[in-house]
Design a binder for this molecule. Structure first.
Ligand code: ADP
Length: 299
């Protein structure tokens, strides 16, 4: 089983002629609503890769149908999602006529996950199951500690990165998934550090943890404990929207590791899946299905 104790956000996207200024009232010409959040995107990617996915978290009782509908469509179990008397996590996004955006994020129900919620959710899982986390929910420390005690494999995507994260028991994570900027911040090294030097430093700091380092259009490196690093170059494609590229990559890689796929193939599939994702606009609509990923690799 793969449990994603993850964020769920509703994205409210407003088209505007320019970003609203102090004191101004501005009419929007169009509003679109999407289901998103790193957690939700990652669950969809984990499931489309073929994983047996359980999403746990919290949503608002009045506005969450759009979120659970998206999970249901990909056969993701959502029986461990609590309903709260507050809004679901959401964003208010302005998109101007140049396609630039600015975003207000409200954590909402994602920030109400309690120790009692975590205890009752984890009772449904056992040693060897995977648990995926991002930094968009409350009580992450407790999630890591309890899952580790049970013998679950904690896969933590340290995004968005804050220095507060360094106080967590990260050594209890089986996998840490970072992009270059997050990795450099964790290692306390400059952003342009050579990726292998960065990995050496991270592995020295956390010797019992495997690392996934993503490098945008330059690809990625997987370094598991006791194994040689495996790198994969990104496919050369025409990127139109890199939203959810990292989430797609993570979902495919973790599902493939959970099913113990040969690692070179696992990372190649994740790279192909994210290359397909960047060619399509949007978050969940851009996440490909496993059969399309395999077809892309064969070409
Ligand atoms: P994040 O979005 O979390 O910062 P990255 O930007 O590192 O993550 O992207 C994750 C993966 O997506 C990369 O390792 C790569 O395989 C793929 N990817 C990202 N951008 C591109 C691109 N422009 N072209 C092809 N693949 C890409």
């Amino acid at each position: 089983k793969i449990l994603n104790y993850g964020s769920l956000n509703i994205d409210y996207v407003y088209d505007v002629p320019h970003f609203v200024k102090a004191g101004e009232t501005l009419s929007s010409t169009n509003r679109s609503i999407f289901a998103g959040g790193k957690g939700l995107n990652q669950s969809v990617a984990l499931a489309r890769a073929g994983g047996n996915v359980y999403h746990a978290g919290a949503v608002g009782k009045d506005d969450s149908k759009i979120l659970t509908d998206v999970l249901a469509k990909d056969k993701i179990d959502f029986s461990n999602i609590a309903k709260r008397d507050c809004p679901s996590g959401h964003t208010i996004i302005q998109v101007d006529s140049n396609g630039q955006n600015c975003i207000i994020l409200f954590g909402g129900a994602n920030q109400t996950i309690s120790e009692a919620d975590i205890d009752s959710t984890l009772a449904n899982f056992e040693a060897g199951d995977f648990m995926v986390l991002q930094n968009e929910t409350s009580n992450i420390r407790y999630m890591i500690e309890k899952a580790y005690e049970k013998g679950m494999k904690v896969c933590f995507n340290v995004s968005p990165f804050t220095t507060e994260l360094l106080k967590l028991p990260l050594e209890k994570c089986a996998y840490l998934i970072v992009n270059e900027i997050e990795g450099a911040a964790m290692a306390d090294m400059p952003d342009d550090t050579d990726p292998y030097v960065l990995l050496d430093k991270l592995c020295e700091k956390f010797p019992k943890t495997s690392f996934v380092l993503t490098l945008g259009s330059r690809g990625s490196i997987l370094r598991e404990v006791g194994e040689k690093p495996i790198s994969c170059k990104a496919f050369k494609v025409n990127a139109v929207d890199t939203t959810a590229a990292g989430d797609t990559f993570l979902g495919y890689l973790i599902t493939n590791i959970a099913t113990d796929m040969n690692r070179a193939l696992a990372i190649k599939c994740a790279t192909a899946a994210s290359a397909l994702a960047v060619q399509v606009k949007g978050a969940t609509p851009s996440i490909p299905r496993a059969k399309d990923v395999l077809e892309f690799i064969k070409k």
